[in-house]
Write a protein that binds this ligand. Structure first.
Ligand code: URA
Length: 481
């Protein structure tokens, strides 16, 4: 009996065929398996011979067998279909067989399932997207070479993690794509089709070098976590050797260097601000340069760089967010990650070209706590907002917008210099002491976090309406950029 499955990952096909085979009493040695399109073996019958009759009758298998088979079937081992069928056959007479970990079939299936999950985790950790196209038209493409047939299994993780960017993961065997709504799978491609460099590459390498701690270096553990075979597709890999080689010297220098003073929690650090008289605006580029060296609060220590505002130097509209996120910290630009993409969409719907707006944040360094490989966003506290406020004030003086839109509570606190509840002030036009007027609305991240689709759509619409109101307001006192 020869069974041909539709694809390497055709679990449903295997399950259906296996069920019919068992019900027809076809013993495991009498069955051979292959995948459609794969070269048939010399002695294999070229065509499918599915069991003709389905005798009535049922049999049940433990739920954990289904889980095990679903994973093990994604292993590269061509024998996996036969091993799983043998296991299924034997489970009919020994329902507890899976508890016998020393049984060769059980052990082989479990080892395969474990290898598949390990490969899936490695894919989650080592896929590196490269940007092609720019801004609104950006598409992120990654090249990866999995060991097993895991592309479909791993894709939903990326859809959740990078929900707001269009991406493709290319592999030799199958490619996964996300357009913001659904994952689709297409046939594999050669490596030559994957992009090799993008404008974020250098930033990523700089970030990696900055988080490398020579005093914590454990080469064996690192290589176990990040096996060499993955290095060729990691932009940071070229840094690993020189960083390891320099680690001993760097550690010695750390030991020889002056001890760092413990963080003095009670004492607010003096803002290290450029000594410009507060009435002097200064041009935005020189303010940006000065902000790059800001040490006014401790956030600079863990962040990659200062993320200053950007936009036309005399834009009529200034948008203020909370603080850069993970993506912004790496790119050095505000609102380029998921919240930024949502903001771009809303601006477009409100008829405001993003290129005409000056976009900035109340706090200009990324505040986070590391959780494994992820950097979890932390809300800035009042002293950090205060320490950063002079930069916002100088941006305001230099740009002189007609209208400032504060998105969320942190932005409102910076814009008004005091705590302003968003729901009480939202949608009201408020005169600021020194000229421009201000509107308060929600932060786009708030919309991203809403779990209920209906509430999300409703709140998003309110956000667009707030931006439309801003658009109407700046249209009236027209100013040139
Ligand atoms: N959230 C913000 O408040 N600012 C950014 O730049 C990105 C996300």
């Amino acid at each position: 009996m020869h069974i041909t499955l539709d694809s390497e990952t055709d679990f449903d096909g295997w399950r259906q065929a296996a069920r019919q085979l068992v019900l027809n009493d076809v013993r495991p040695p009498e069955v051979t398996w292959s995948v459609w399109g794969a070269a048939p073996g010399l002695f294999e019958p070229p065509d499918d011979v599915p069991p003709q009759d389905t005798p009535s009758g049922t049999f049940s298998v433990p739920a954990k067998f289904v889980d095990l088979a679903q994973s093990a079937i994604l292993h590269r081992n061509p024998e996996r279909f036969a091993i799983l069928y043998r296991l299924l056959w034997r489970l009919r007479s020994n329902h507890d067989l899976l508890d016998v970990a020393t049984d060769p079939d059980v052990s082989q299936a479990m080892t395969m399932a474990k290898a598949v999950h390990r490969d899936e985790h490695k894919m989650h950790a080592f896929v590196r997207f490269r940007e092609i196209g720019r801004e609104q038209k950006s598409h992120y493409v990654a090249w990866f070479e999995p060991e097993h047939h895991i592309v479909e299994l791993a894709a939903p993780f990326f859809a959740r993690r990078f929900a707001d960017m269009a991406w493709s993961i290319l592999t030799p065997e199958a490619c996964a794509h996300w357009d913001g709504r659904a994952v689709s799978i297409t046939p594999g491609v050669p490596k030559a089709e994957a992009p090799t460099q993008d404008r974020l590459e250098e930033t990523w390498r700089r970030y990696y070098a900055s988080i490398f701690n020579p005093a914590r270096l454990k080469v064996k553990a690192m290589q176990k976590e990040m096996p060499r075979k993955y290095w060729r597709n990691l932009p940071e890999a070229s840094l690993i050797k020189p960083l390891i080689e320099g680690a001993e010297r760097a550690t010695a220098a750390m030991i020889a260097g002056a001890a760092t003073t413990p963080h003095k929690a009670q004492k607010r650090p003096e803002p290290v601000m450029p000594r410009t008289p507060s009435s002097t605006a200064g041009d935005i580029e020189s303010i940006r340069e000065q902000a790059a060296a800001c040490r006014a609060c401790p956030l600079w220590k863990d962040a990659t760089q200062t993320v200053f505002g950007e936009g036309p130097p005399h834009a009529p509209l200034m948008l203020v967010g909370e603080q850069p996120g993970d993506k912004e910290d790496l790119a050095g630009r505000p609102f380029v990650g998921p919240a930024g993409q949502m903001l771009d969409r809303a601006l477009e719907q409100a008829g405001i070209p993003r290129g005409k707006v000056y976009v900035t944040n109340a706090v200009k360094h990324f505040k986070f706590v590391p959780r494994g490989k992820i950097r979890l966003h932390q809300k800035p506290n009042t002293s950090e907002i205060r320490a950063c406020r002079p930069w916002y004030e100088r941006e305001l003086k230099s740009v002189q917008p007609d209208l400032v839109v504060a998105m969320g509570a942190t932005a409102a606190q910076s814009v008004f210099g005091k705590i302003m509840p968003v729901n009480k002030t939202r949608g009201r036009l408020i005169d600021l002491a020194d000229g421009p007027r201000a509107l308060v609305t929600v932060h786009p991240s708030y919309l991203l976090r809403l779990p209920d689709a209906e509430a999300k759509a409703r709140e998003y619409q309110r956000f667009v309406d707030d931006l439309r109101m801003a658009a109407d307001l700046i249209r009236k006192p027209a100013r040139a950029d």
